[in-house]
Design a protein. Structure first.
Length: 94
């Protein structure tokens, strides 16, 4: 039973390493072709809690945020598919 669990864990780990390597390789190919990077407009909002439990919202104008056309984040930039689903960013202040 222990060997089966170890084999499954090793298989999952190997799959993750292979998926990251393939994604990195595809990113490098796109980078050499000039189509690896993109940009999305992200709206940042600060949420401030006031006395009495009321919330006040302060929104900044939409800012272009760099992203990469890949499955996983690369070069400290999020994936564009993920950023497209998180275009409203809220930061809660005390």
């Amino acid at each position: 039973m222990r060997r089966v669990g170890f084999a499954i864990a090793l298989g999952v780990f190997a799959f993750c390493v292979l998926a990251y390597f393939v994604d990195w390789l595809q990113f490098q190919v796109r980078k050499s072709q000039g189509s690896a990077f993109g940009s999305m407009l992200v709206v940042r909002t600060e949420v401030v809690r006031e006395k009495g439990g009321k919330l006040e919202y302060f929104s900044d104008p939409p800012q272009p945020t760099p992203c990469v056309h890949a499955l996983l984040p690369h070069e400290d930039r999020p994936a564009c598919w993920w950023l497209a689903r998180h275009i409203d960013e809220q930061q809660y202040m005390n």
